[in-house]
Design a protein around this ligand. Structure first.
Ligand code: BJW
Length: 226
């Protein structure tokens, strides 16, 4: 059976109303990365960082998966699919998919003292007490710059076996995810990119357009050809 690996980024959730990072009106246009998405930023101003993620947790909780998220769930029912997402919004999970959430998840808290994780539906406080050890060390379970993304072994193992690798709605600027297409190329995979604009990374096929239109059409084509 064909092994497919798909990497998604913020673009797949844009049509669900979730802001991307690097658009002219994106998150990084309103917040400096160094102020909100690094361990140093959290140590310096935990209230600012918690506020940024509280806002995004609320937005994500109110958002619904779109036709592209649903199409990938449909695809997983028919092929050997490893879905890897850089997104922390949980929309693949809401669509019923099992996705490797390599940059963490807004819906979870993490204790930087004891390593406990918990479901976090509402706002986090400053400081936020860990429900397991009570230390005032709760933080969003998000991979910040300089931290090691989650489940890298699973990602690498899947990519090394991939017959087809598709990148959907990511600007391919943040490593290690930005290097996945090169690894997939080394593995001999057919490379597909779905985006509004070409990123400049090497792909064999570029499908231009909003993910809610391009992804369901591509998925339906694969399923009918089986
Ligand atoms: C649509 C669309 C529609 C819009 N339809 N498309 C120098 C050189 C190389 C590397 C480094 C370096 N200095 C530092 C590094 C490493 C660093 C890094 O890569 N920095 C770069 C900026 C250079 N990386 C790290 O620190 C990572 N850790 C690491 O490397 O550890 C070492 C290690 C790794 C592996 C093994 C062992 C050790 C950690 C990175 C953590 C990233 N964190 C963030 C923020 C936290 C999460 C959060 O708050 O949500 O993750 S950054 C931010 O960018 C977020 C995203 O997941 C990530 C990627 O963004 P994404 O998804 O691509 O969004 P955009 O906005 O950039 O693009 C959207 C795209 O969609 C666009 O192309 C649009 O056109 C498109 N689009 N609408 C289809 N409707």
């Amino acid at each position: 059976m064909t092994k497919i690996v798909i990497l998604t980024g913020a673009g797949i959730s844009a049509e669900s109303g979730i802001a991307t990072f690097r658009a002219s009106d994106g998150l990084w246009a309103q917040h400096r990365v160094e102020d909100v998405a690094t361990p140093d930023a959290f140590a310096r101003d935990p209230a600012l960082v918690q506020g940024f993620y509280n806002m995004r947790r609320t937005d994500a909780a109110q958002a619904e998966p779109n036709a592209a998220h649903h199409a990938l769930k449909r695809l997983a029912d028919h092929v050997d699919l490893t879905l890897i997402t850089q997104n922390v919004d949980g929309l693949h999970a809401k669509a019923g998919s099992h996705a490797i959430e390599m940059h963490g998840a807004l819906r979870r808290g993490l204790c930087s003292q004891c390593g406990a994780r918990w479901e976090q539906s509402g706002d986090m406080a400053t400081p936020h007490p860990c429900p397991a050890c009570t230390a005032p060390a709760g933080r969003p379970d998000i991979v910040w710059f300089g931290e090691i993304p989650y489940h890298m072994d699973d990602c690498m193992a899947a990519i090394q076996q991939a017959d087809l690798f598709a990148s959907i709605g990511t600007s391919a600027q943040v490593y290690p995810a930005a290097g996945f297409s090169n690894l997939a190329q080394d593995a001999g995979a057919d490379l597909w990119e779905f985006n509004l604009d070409q990123t400049g990374a090497h792909f064999d096929h570029f499908v231009c357009g909003p993910a809610t239109q391009t992804v369901p059409q591509w998925v339906d084509g694969i399923i009918t050809s089986l």
